[in-house]
Design a protein around this ligand. Structure first.
Ligand code: GAR
Length: 200
């Protein structure tokens, strides 16, 4: 019998460098999965462009396209189900996943966060703000975390973490760069492990 290839949707809001690293890993069969959908809260972003260039449908599904939050959540869920998505991979997605989607995809939504959770997580902690807070706190190390997503920001079960040193003279931007390079290696490894364990 042919081996099952897991159907993934990636949710992005920005450049999508993590998406690119993950896509490379699926292309190289390092991860036995395929991206069938790229979803964004934005009308356009680097990740959507990359998806389209690579034959992956890219759609905007945003709260402001709908009269209320329930209809937004229902439309997101419909889009996922129409595309027979099995796992959701968040890669620089700067919005909360609606509870109705978490409920249906429980233990099947994964995120990468640019710090060592549970430190420097929670509402409002994303992107460059995370690195600014790490420097402000005088930390000597930071890192990246891959974790499951539930109803509370950055609270879900941690799958894998990797430390990154904070160096003298670091700015939020230089630290972000070093952590991002770590994410590109950590995220494919963590997702590959998770999916292979689910199949075992
Ligand atoms: C990454 O550093 C990711 O960890 C972070 O946004 C960046 C997206 O970069 N995500 C969060 O802060 C979520 N809380 P990318 O678009 O190049 O993958």
């Amino acid at each position: 019998m042919a081996e099952h290839i897991t159907r993934l949707a990636v949710f992005c809001s920005g450049t999508g460098s993590n998406f690119k690293a993950l896509h490379r890993a699926t292309n190289e069969k390092y991860i036995n999965a395929e991206f069938v959908l790229c979803l964004s809260n934005r009308s356009q972003c680097g990740a959507m462009e990359y998806a389209r260039e690579n034959g992956i449908p890219a759609l905007q599904v945003s709260e402001n396209q709908f009269p209320d939050y329930e209809r937004f959540a229902a439309a997101m869920l419909d889009t996922l189900q129409e595309n027979r998505v099995e796992y959701i991979v968040l890669a620089g997605y700067m919005r909360k996943i609606p509870d109705a989607v978490v409920e249906v995809y429980r233990d099947r939504i994964v995120n990468v966060h640019p710090a060592l959770l549970p430190k420097f997580g929670g509402e409002g902690m994303y992107g460059i703000r995370v690195h600014a807070a790490v420097l402000e706190a005088g930390e000597t190390e930071s890192g990246a975390t891959v974790h499951m997503v539930d109803e509370v920001y950055d609270r879900g079960r941690i799958l894998m973490q990797q430390k990154v040193p904070v160096l003298p003279g670091d700015t939020p931007e230089t630290l972000a760069q070093r952590v991002l390079a770590c994410e590109h290696e950590l995220y494919p490894r963590a997702l590959g492990k998770l999916l292979s364990e689910q199949k075992a």
